[in-house]
Design a binder for this molecule. Structure first.
Ligand SMILES: NC(=O)c1ccc[n+]([C@@H]2O[C@H](COP(=O)([O-])OP(=O)(O)OC[C@H]3O[C@@H](n4cnc5c(N)ncnc54)[C@H](O)[C@@H]3O)[C@@H](O)[C@H]2O)c1
Ligand SMILES: CC(C)[C@H](C(=O)O)[C@@H](O)C(=O)O
Ligand SMILES: [Mg+2]
Length: 368
């Protein structure tokens, strides 16, 4: 298979972990006879520094022509006081909107062998397996007006959704539940927000089309509590943009670290941008200690969703699990009697595992 992949490293640890994803994909290409061609472009703070804008046209054009996009992370203190149109985060929101990536899938799976920050029993945490389907191109992030008035003393942000925007993401939630355990939790704030009332109406209307899915509505505050007190309750959560952002960082506690959570941002026709849930982590950037797993697992999602390479995606996921099982971990994770490694070492361990798996498959098939 021949594919063109655009890499958008961005800022901070984004620049570090994107190399890990590329190394892993190159190993997959070599071992499984694919041809992946990589092209790197700027976004976020790096693009502001070079081109005076967080999202250059050349970046948007390259992404539109690519078969898939991998993004590291954007942002950092260097640009924190910039005016809002010159914030790195504008580049991220801009590319999501320009590519119409309305469906953000954030799978969360408890890993065995990790010591969790959560007070829950190990078996509850490691047994958790849920998917957050986050609406990504609407809501408060994109509503207009969004401005300061009254000499800066009054602020306005607008939470706006059309019925169509809600319908398409709710469909994604139902479809994901059909492919998993058939349980959908729609998270809203329908006791207060008009947008959530319409959201709940749409879910109620849609459920007749998906009779094999059991649906419940949970208010976002209660959902936040349940997510870490009873995580195995959840299968698929579908929710609007800001709620999904907050709940997914919270859910990362179940995996041991924010550095473990991948995501896929998808358009209706399957074009995808794949990015870790975490940010540019300025506190550890440049030290070679970032956990590359979220980025590497995002590359696995790319193989699965954009290229339909399920076996190759699975090999990457198995490699990550196996290396963690062996006790290797980056500094953000705690493992009993584990062995602390940096970004490059962790990447190499995963790459070597992928190569060894394929080698043993070849030996087995020659032998029999
Ligand atoms: N998708 C994105 O590009 C994205 C997402 C979130 C935040 N941001 C931006 O990143 C900047 C920093 O934000 P923040 O500090 O609130 O969030 P963050 O996700 O960058 O970091 C939060 C904490 O998690 C740790 N962490 C995150 N990823 C890690 C990894 N892979 N390995 C080890 N530790 C990891 C960090 O060291 C930090 O202590 C801000 O400018 C923010 O806007 C970008
Ligand atoms: C950086 C920020 C704009 C972004 C978001 O809120 O979508 C991030 O937190 C994420 O989760 O991808
Ligand atoms: Mg976030």
């Amino acid at each position: 298979m021949k594919k063109r992949i655009v890499l958008l490293p961005g800022d901070g640890i984004g620049k570090e972990v994107i190399h890990s994803a590329k190394d892993v994909l190159q190993a997959i290409a070599e071992e499984y006879n694919h041809s992946f061609c990589f092209e790197t472009h700027e976004i976020g703070g790096a693009a502001i520094d070079l081109y005076g804008t967080p999202l250059p046209e050349t970046t948007v054009d390259a992404c539109k022509q690519a078969d898939a996009v991998l993004l590291g992370a954007v942002g950092g203190p260097k640009w924190d006081n910039n005016p809002s149109h010159l914030r790195p985060e504008k580049g991220l929101l801009g590319i999501r909107k320009a590519l119409d990536l309305f469906a953000n899938l954030r799978p969360i799976k408890g890993f065995k062998n990790l010591l969790h920050a959560s007070p829950l029993k190990e078996e509850v945490v490691s047994g958790s397996d849920l998917l957050i389907v986050r609406e990504l191109t609407g809501g408060l992030y994109f509503g207009t007006p969004s401005e300061r008035r009254d000499n800066g003393n009054t602020v306005v942000d607008t939470l706006s959704y059309t019925r169509k925007e809600i319908e398409r993401i709710v469909d994604k939630g139902f479809q994901a539940a059909q492919q998993r355990r058939g349980h959908l939790t729609s998270v809203d704030k329908a006791n207060v927000l008009e947008s959530s009332k319409l959201w709940r109406e749409v879910v109620e209307e849609k459920k007749a089309q998906y009779p094999d899915v059991a649906v419940e509505h949970v208010l976002v505050d209660a959902a936040a509590m349940k997510l870490i007190t009873n995580p195995t309750h959840f299968d698929v959560i579908v929710t609007e943009n800001l709620f999904g952002d907050i709940l997914s960082d919270e859910a990362s506690v179940l995996t041991g670290s924010l550095g473990m959570l991948p995501s896929a941002s998808l358009r209706e026709d399957g074009l995808g941008l794949y990015e870790p849930v975490h940010g540019s982590a300025p506190d550890i950037a440049g030290k070679g200690v970032a956990n590359p797993v979220a980025m590497i697992l995002s590359a696995a999602l790319m193989l699965r969703y954009s290229f339909q390479l399920e076996d190759e995606a699975k090999v990457i996921e198995d490699a990550v699990q196996s290396i963690l099982d062996t006790g290797f971990h980056t500094g953000d994770l705690q493992v009993a009697n584990g062995r602390l490694v940096g970004t490059a070492e962790m990447t190499k361990l995963i790459v070597d595992y992928i190569k060894s798996q394929n080698a043993s498959k070849c030996i087995a098939s020659c032998y029999y």
